[in-house]
Design a protein around this ligand. Structure first.
Ligand SMILES: C[S@@+](CC[C@H](N)C(=O)[O-])C[C@H]1O[C@@H](n2cnc3c(N)ncnc32)[C@H](O)[C@@H]1O
Length: 468
């Protein structure tokens, strides 16, 4: 970007709409300007911080008019925390914008004929909908400009979330609207106890300190799991913390800890110690039980996951006679959810531990018509695999944000299952993959589902039918 443009302020820009990834769009002298911190309808001055020949990016620094569609954000941490960035937009409009994102991606990237995109299925809970939160301890609490300018001294120990794009700065959370109790209670009580006891909060730069992370998982069945990650092997300090949690929160059904002395805080390769209760919690859906261990993936909005899976099952159109491939099966949740309506379900997934969970979930639910395989999709789903297994009547695919590898798409074209149900958390890569599948498939139905209210994220389910 030319020096002339950097930090230049453009005055009186009207925000027109919201584009992919929640960016607000305005125009200036024929160029698109992506604006942060705004809402469609706002009239703002924008400071430019990045520019290319075809677009610019900047931040709203002064508001001449606020959009009539704005609502008062409910959270005291709004504007600093990276969590619920769309709180200032009415939920009905959030849903419209998400649906529009799907339409835009299929029009611009997919470029395939599509039917009318259904209205998005809204989340019954727009607050307290997450079943898992991960808080970080830090001895370097993020201070706001006002706090710094006040000249006062502030407590620098914090327990909360990372400030976007700053690995060592943590916003101290007083109340989070994402997870129901005991989440706020556990976090605030543990922080107070640690401060009173003088226990050390983790120093993310120098990688020292006892208290490192706090992970809280809750379920709709009332079970809850708390995992504390310690950054030092200090038996006395660890016992103090765990005994406090055990005594203060007897309703926790799984109380675990990890001593993680590694540089990074991921714990998939760490030993997990059960301090009290079970080493798993259980979620339930339509009478099916899903066992969730500390390392297991589970969709983070449980109630809405049920809605999503119902759409996937309906789009699969099962009669009991079908062989279904469930690609990117994770812990086999979709596979087990549909198993009773199918002849056989074959699930494939990269993470071996997830496949173990998938098998266990079949076992505890007396499901005997599932088979699971672990490995990279492009290496497992091959012509050799297809020749050794029954041909699929339906393929359900739910890849990560990056979408499917080109070889996997090619294999799907070779398999030519009569129906493909494509579930995605990224309509851009979904539209790209469907453009390739359009060689043999037509898009029959499109159903967006809102899994993450107050954010721009959108989940989308597409039913594809093999062309005659
Ligand atoms: C969006 S999640 C799907 C979760 C699952 N369908 C559910 O609803 O719980 C995507 C899954 O794809 C897996 N995955 C990512 N890349 C993969 C690959 N190359 N091959 C196989 N699985 C992969 C991830 O481990 C993750 O479990």
């Amino acid at each position: 970007m030319s020096r002339k443009m950097k930090n230049k302020v453009i005055h009186n820009l009207r925000i027109e709409r919201i584009a992919a990834e929640g960016k607000c769009v305005a125009h200036h002298e024929g160029k698109v300007v992506f604006v942060q911190n705004a809402a469609p309808g706002d009239l703002v001055d924008v400071r430019i911080n990045r520019g290319k020949s075809s677009f610019m990016e900047g931040e709203a620094i002064h508001f001449h008019e606020y959009s009539k569609d704005r609502v008062e954000p409910f959270c005291g941490h709004f504007g600093i925390c990276g969590g619920c960035k769309w709180q200032h937009i009415h939920y009905d409009l959030q849903m419209d914008y998400k649906r529009q994102q799907v339409v835009d991606q299929f029009t611009r990237i997919g470029k395939v004929p599509i039917p009318e995109v259904n209205p998005i299925i809204g989340s019954a809970q727009t607050q307290y909908y997450r079943n898992k939160l991960d808080f970080t301890f830090s001895n370097s609490r993020w201070l706001t400009r006002e706090e710094i300018n006040s000249g006062k001294a502030f407590e620098r120990n914090a327990l909360g979330f990372h400030i976007p794009k700053m690995f060592d700065k943590i916003i101290d959370i007083e109340h989070c609207y994402l997870q129901s109790e005991p989440s706020n209670e556990v976090r605030n009580n543990l922080k107070e106890f640690a401060l009173n006891e003088g226990l050390s909060f983790y120093d993310l730069r120098n990688q020292v300190g006892l208290l490192r992370n706090l992970i809280i998982r809750t379920t709709s069945t009332g079970e809850s799991m708390v995992i504390v990650q310690f950054g030092e092997d200090d038996p006395e300090g660890i016992e103090k913390v765990m005994a406090f949690l055990h005594e203060k929160f007897p309703s926790l059904t799984s109380l675990l800890y990890i001593i993680n002395l590694k540089k990074n805080e991921t714990f998939h390769d760490q030993v997990i110690v059960t301090y009290a209760g079970k080493d798993y919690i259980e979620e339930e859906m339509e009478g099916l039980k899903f066992r969730i261990g500390p390392k297991s993936f589970y969709q983070t909005n449980s109630l809405q996951a049920f809605e999503l899976y119902k759409v996937a099952r309906e789009y699969a159109g099962l009669t009991g006679e079908e062989v279904v491939y469930d690609l990117y099966t994770g812990t086999g949740t979709i596979a087990n959810f549909i198993a009773k309506q199918a002849k056989e379900v074959i699930g494939i997934e990269y993470v071996e531990a997830a496949i173990e969970d998938a098998k266990l979930n079949s076992k505890i639910n007396n499901i005997h018509n599932t088979r699971f395989y672990a490995g990279d999709m492009k290496d497992i789903l091959t012509p050799a695999f297809a020749s050794k297994h029954p041909k699929p009547d339906v393929v359900i695919t739910d890849p990560p944000r990056a979408g499917m590898h080109e070889d996997v798409v090619k294999m799907l074209l070779q398999l030519a299952a009569p129906v493909i149900v494509y579930v995605s958390c990224n309509p851009a890569t979904q539209a790209r993959d469907i453009a390739l599948l359009a060689e043999k498939y037509q898009v029959e139905k499109i159903q967006p589902v809102d899994m993450f209210p107050q954010t721009y994220h959108v989940e989308n389910v597409v039913r594809l039918r093999l062309k005659p």
